[in-house]
Design a protein around this ligand. Structure first.
Ligand SMILES: [Zn+2]
Length: 232
C-alpha cells in the first residue's frame, strides 16, 4: 500500500466525504452520491433524444444543434439543493465533478466529435465581483475534462445586468434578456466552429437564447447547450 493511500484512508476515517445528495452517508473520494441517492437521481435521457424537453423550451428561438440538461430540477429537491451549494456556498468542486460525469456520456455522441470549446454563460462583472466566481464555469471545466477540449470565458460577455427573473412572465424575461450579451473581439476565432454553451439551470430558455443571439453574429458558428438542471 502506498503511503498516500494509507493517509487517504486515515483522513477518510476522520473526515469522511459526505454524499452531496443527503449529506448523511459517507462516500469515497471519487464518488459524489451514496447508493441510495444514486438510485433516486432525477437524471434525464436527453442525450439519447432530440428534440427533447430542453430543446422544446427554445421553440421558435435559435436553432441549437443539440440541447441537453443533466437532471430534472424539482423545487425543494436534491438538484436544487446541490445547485444552491454550488452557487452560494462555494462548492464549485461539485459542479466540476458533475461536468466530468456528464461529459463521459456526451463524448459518445457523434454530434460532439467536432466540438471546439465550451463557453459558460457569463455573469455581469458586478455580479461576478460580489459572488467571487461564476458557478457555470466549473461545470464547463468538468465537461471540458471529459470531452477533451477547453473551456473559455473570453468569448462571451454579459453587457447588461438583469434584475431577478422569477416574477416575470416568459415574454418579460425574453424582453429583459435581449441584448444582455455580446461577443468579444477574440470570438472571431469561433468562425465555423461548434461550441457548447453551459448554464446551471434552464428555466424559460431566455438566457441561452440571448447568448446564442449574440454568438450567431459569428459566421457559420454551430451552437449546442447543456445545463445541470431543467426546471420542472
Ligand atoms: Zn446520499
Amino acid at each position: 500500500m502506498k503511503l498516500k493511500s494509507i493517509i487517504d484512508d486515515l483522513l477518510y476515517l476522520v473526515y469522511p466525504n459526505l454524499c452531496v445528495g443527503c449529506h448523511e452517508e459517507a462516500v469515497h473520494d471519487e464518488e459524489l452520491f451514496c447508493i441510495n441517492c444514486e438510485t433516486k437521481l432525477p437524471l434525464t435521457d436527453f442525450h439519447e433524444i432530440q428534440p427533447n424537453e430542453a430543446t422544446d423550451r427554445m421553440a421558435g428561438g435559435f436553432g441549437f444543434l443539440r440541447g441537453l440538461s443533466m437532471f430534472r430540477f424539482y423545487p425543494g429537491g436534491m438538484v436544487q439543493h446541490m445547485i444552491h451549494e454550488i452557487k452560494y456556498r462555494g462548492q464549485t468542486n461539485i459542479a466540476r465533478r458533475l461536468g466530468r460525469r456528464y461529459g463521459v456520456l456526451l463524448k459518445e455522441l457523434p454530434d460532439f466529435i467536432d466540438l471546439h470549446c465550451i463557453v459558460p454563460v457569463p455573469l455581469h462583472p458586478r455580479k461576478l465581483r460580489s459572488r467571487g466566481y461564476n458557478q457555470s464555469r466549473f461545470f464547463a471545466e468538468g465537461l471540458a475534462d471529459s470531452l477533451i477540449c477547453f473551456s473559455s470565458s473570453n468569448y462571451l460577455l454579459r453587457t447588461k445586468e438583469t434584475s431577478t427573473q422569477t416574477s416575470k412572465t416568459r415574454y418579460e424575461r425574453l424582453e429583459s434578456m435581449m441584448k444582455a450579451f455580446s461577443v468579444s473581439d477574440k470570438a472571431s476565432v469561433l468562425k465555423g466552429k461548434h461550441i457548447l454553451l453551459v448554464d446551471d439551470v434552464l428555466t424559460t430558455g431566455a438566457t441561452l437564447m440571448s447568448c446564442a443571439q449574440a454568438l450567431s453574429l459569428i459566421p457559420d458558428i454551430k451552437i449546442s447547450f447543456a445545463t445541470i438542471g431543467l426546471a420542472q
